[in-house]
Design a protein around this ligand. Structure first.
Ligand SMILES: [Zn+2]
Length: 413
């Protein structure tokens, strides 16, 4: 198998980034240019509407409830056998996994990385169009690539205690095998002002670690997840305050990680083990309550001129694939963790992602029914807000149905 070492779109971005690095990377006061739209995207790995809807009914997710009220939301059709790098790279490029090349966590025996990306990602297109870009903790962005702004890598970052980079959390200072921060000088600044944070989310415990110590191991793991989320919240707040960009993409991944082994399943579900599954039945819903607080801290940076997208790559459901000989078989996550919920079902429509949008010219209180929106539509819709045509490679369409005016024109253009 062959991997391109330097994707063909990279050279252009490198040239561009050199020309902007000293002037506009962090400077927002370009008085000569017309103000460009501000878009903030929050990626949530494995957001499951089956769990979120009851929480909203109970008033436990007030911030997401307000976004739903003020905007449009619905399911997001995902790809087959969805997993994070596979879907995120589709969100980046609006192309099929076979085309963009990042088909899973491991591709041809190697942990997926940005050098494998064969189609131009949205951060490159935006950078070329002089849009300032900021990205943090977004899966499958390691090693980081030059952008017209900053990029801090997310899931699949490799480092100490996380040598293969698959579903574990290296510290920023302990990253190995590639750059986690662009521009590189920003790394010291982050460590000074935010602290030496964990990238991605904690590795799930193995069956051996759990055995006969279930409650302690579960609680210790959840505590670590709380620490990681608090660090990410601080990072996001710092970036939005100190380095605002026209396009910003932040992501969270602990929700999915928790769901895989602590989804509150019932005794009739496959894999039910009361020693684990009856211990902290609120652990998974609590992840979304915690996410709602993170959302609240991000909403403080959003005015009525800012577009907000909350996008999930897929949902997560209890094991249900009886066609498989081993229902616990899970290709992409920790090998021995007693996984009781997953998302890499052959039919991606079993585990749709979700999509929430609000901002100037976006309909209020709109619910998209069925599969009107797909992961392919994300990049074209964001580009549309900036008045940029989708590239020829893209399979998705602009989600005109979420915009108020019938021709789908964005007010801010
Ligand atoms: Zn997962």
């Amino acid at each position: 198998m062959r991997f391109p070492t330097v994707p063909r779109f990279l050279a252009v971005v490198v040239l561009l980034s050199f020309s902007v690095a000293s002037t506009s990377v962090f400077a927002q006061n370009q008085s000569t240019a017309k103000p460009k739209p501000h878009v903030i995207v929050i990626g949530v790995n494995g957001m499951e509407l089956d769990v979120i809807r009851p929480l909203i009914l109970e008033g436990k997710m007030p911030n997401l409830a307000s976004v739903i009220k003020k905007g449009a939301y619905g399911k997001l059709r995902t790809v087959s056998a969805p997993n994070c790098p596979r879907v995120y790279s589709t969100l980046f490029t609006s192309t099929h996994p076979e085309e963009h090349g990042v088909s899973g966590f491991i591709v041809g025996g190697i942990t997926a990385n940005t050098n494998m990306l064969k189609e131009e990602p949205i951060w490159s297109i935006l950078s070329k169009n002089q849009i300032t870009v900021g990205m943090a903790n977004v899966p499958a962005t390691f090693p980081v690539m030059p952008v017209n702004g900053y990029m801090i890598s997310g899931m699949l970052t490799r480092g100490k205690n996380c040598e293969d980079g698959v579903l574990c959390a290296p510290k920023l200072s302990e990253v190995q095998g590639g750059e986690p921060v662009y521009p590189p000088a920003m790394k010291a600044e982050l460590i000074k002002n935010v602290g030496d944070f964990f990238i991605d989310c904690e590795r799930m415990p193995s069956a051996e670690q759990l055995k006969n110590h279930e409650p302690e191991v579960i609680d210790a793991w959840l505590k670590k997840v709380d620490v990681i989320r608090a660090q990410q919240t601080k990072l996001f707040d710092y970036l939005l305050t100190e380095h605002p960009t026209e396009f910003t993409w932040l992501a969270q991944s602990c929700e999915d990680r928790t769901g895989h082994w602590l989804y509150p399943i019932a005794p009739y579900n496959a894999g039910y083990n009361p020693k684990i599954n009856a211990v902290r039945t609120d652990a998974f819903p609590n992840q979304y309550v915690a996410f709602d607080a993170v959302l609240g801290s991000i909403l403080k940076h959003i005015d009525d001129k800012t577009y907000l997208f909350i996008v999930s790559d897929h949902g997560i459901k209890p094991l249900r694939e009886f066609e498989q000989t081993d229902p616990h078989a899970h290709m992409d996550h920790e090998k021995t963790t007693p996984v009781i919920a997953k998302h890499d079902f052959a039919d991606g429509d079993d585990v749709p992602g979700s999509f929430f949008a609000m901002g100037p010219g976006i309909k209020q209180g709109l619910r998209l029914l069925g599969f009107e929106a797909s992961v392919y539509d994300f990049a074209p819709t964001v580009l549309h807000i900036y008045g940029i045509e989708p590239t020829k490679q893209m399979h998705g369409h602009v989600l005109n149905e979420i915009f108020e005016s019938s021709d789908g024109k964005v007010a801010q253009k």
